[in-house]
Design a protein around this ligand. Structure first.
Ligand code: ZN
Length: 149
């Protein structure tokens, strides 16, 4: 007899178990929760509006992420150009010094030739990297313009 009473009590408690509406966090009974698919009675009536609003929100979020992605991909191109510039600079300037030293080591008559060829290579390097730097800058500028649109 007592056992049955306890059992019934547990049953009632289970029914009384409160859940929260997934929209407004209002306390609702588990029964209502399950019946309304997680919404309280008020939110359940508006659920279509809520769902469509959420879909809109997610859409906006998605397009925002794509926007960030596209700006990153262009920055990668600009970064690659800058890497090329760095590589050319290192090869060019180191090469200029090595060639100048090589000419100078041949003999006293070659010192001026070595010096001038070193300068010539350095200037060539500077001009060619300037072109690449201009392209990289141009890419960044285009990205800025695109971002502002
Ligand atoms: Zn609600």
């Amino acid at each position: 007899m007592e056992k049955a009473e306890t059992k019934r009590r547990i049953e009632t408690m289970k029914k009384m178990e409160t859940m929260q509406c997934k929209e407004c966090c209002r306390d609702i009974s588990k029964e209502v929760y399950e019946k309304n698919n997680g919404y309280c009675n008020i939110c359940y009536a508006d659920r279509e509006d809520i769902e469509s609003e959420k879909k809109e929100f997610n859409k906006e979020k998605k397009s925002e992420t794509q926007y960030i992605d596209s700006s990153n991909s262009s920055n990668i191109v600009a970064k690659k150009f800058k890497l090329v510039v760095k590589t050319i600079k290192i090869i060019g300037y180191v090469g200029a010094v090595i060639i100048a030293i090589m000419f100078m080591s041949i003999g006293d008559l070659w010192v001026l030739t070595g010096f001038l060829s070193g300068i010539a290579i350095a200037i060539t390097t500077w001009f060619s990297t300037l072109l690449f730097e201009a392209i990289a800058e141009g890419l960044n500028l285009l990205q800025d313009i695109k971002n502002k649109l």
